[in-house]
Design a protein around this ligand. Structure first.
Ligand code: SAH
Length: 234
């Protein structure tokens, strides 16, 4: 069974967008994962095909209607669907590498992109939506957030990344930020590649990289260190 992604949006023309390029795009073309995109507006039943209405209790903006969004969800994801239903939302659990890993090891995801001021709370409860945020800032819509989530999950699927080892050494994987990377030319604008990396001593190189990863993490993201210590112990 391949990883199945379904996206619900008012702007289906934005997909696959960046998910159609490079690693994710090639994997999509090769059938390593699938993507189906649903226009929420197709679930609207009135003449004007309206999907939103004014907020109960007053206030600015519009809110996506529970009945329309639920009908769209039901059309894209049957009740016995085993995939988690994720609502992109600044109120949600913050997306990180650990969540991406959990999602990548499952059957797929149903991702709902909000617009306007968000969605009627009742559909979140009634359709068991899990809110996921991509960070503490507010976007105009959930589409870009959905792409961020799918891109980070898809690159973890088996066979998507050519080099499995590169996934194992990346930022966040061992709880640390990545060590600095270099490639040719050997000297550029008077700056040489650190000598250690040209020594050919793989044990020493691994040690150096670990030290550099610790240093950059301590400098930039000391908050990551306790989790890295724990990962080390396990
Ligand atoms: N009024 C809402 C923001 C609505 S932004 C609030 O204050 O919480 C419109 C839509 O953009 C949201 O429904 C959501 O789907 C998406 N969105 C905005 N910021 C996001 C973020 N940080 N992470 C994930 N989705 C986001």
């Amino acid at each position: 069974m391949i990883f199945r992604a379904s996206v619900l949006t008012l702007f289906p023309e934005l997909f696959p967008g960046p998910l159609g390029a490079s690693l994710a795009g090639r994997a999509l073309a090769e059938g390593l994962w699938s993507l189906d995109v649903h226009d929420v507006r197709d679930a609207a039943s009135d003449r004007h095909r309206s999907v939103d209405d004014t907020p109960a209790g007053g206030g600015p903006g519009m809110v996506m209607r529970a009945d329309v969004l639920a009908a769209a969800i039901d059309a894209a994801s049957p009740t016995d669907d085993e995939r988690p239903r994720l609502l992109m939302s600044p109120r949600g659990r913050k997306l990180d590498q650990a969540l991406a890993g959990v999602l990548a090891s499952g059957p797929g995801v149903v991702v709902i992109a909000g617009r306007f001021e968000g969605v009627d709370e009742r559909v979140i409860e009634g359709r068991n939506l899990h809110e996921v945020s991509i960070g503490d800032y507010v976007l105009a819509g959930g589409e870009v957030a959905a792409m961020v989530l799918l891109e980070t999950v898809v690159r973890l699927l088996p066979g998507v990344m050519g080099n499995v080892e590169s996934a194992a050494s990346e930022s966040f994987v061992g709880g640390l930020l990545e060590y600095p990377q270099y490639t040719r030319p050997q000297v550029w604008e008077g700056r040489a590649i650190p000598e250690m990396l040209t020594s050919g001593d793989h044990g020493k190189i691994a040690e150096w990289r670990r030290r550099e990863a610790l240093k950059v993490t301590r400098e930039r993201r000391p908050d990551l260190l306790p989790a890295a210590d724990q990962a080390e112990e396990e």
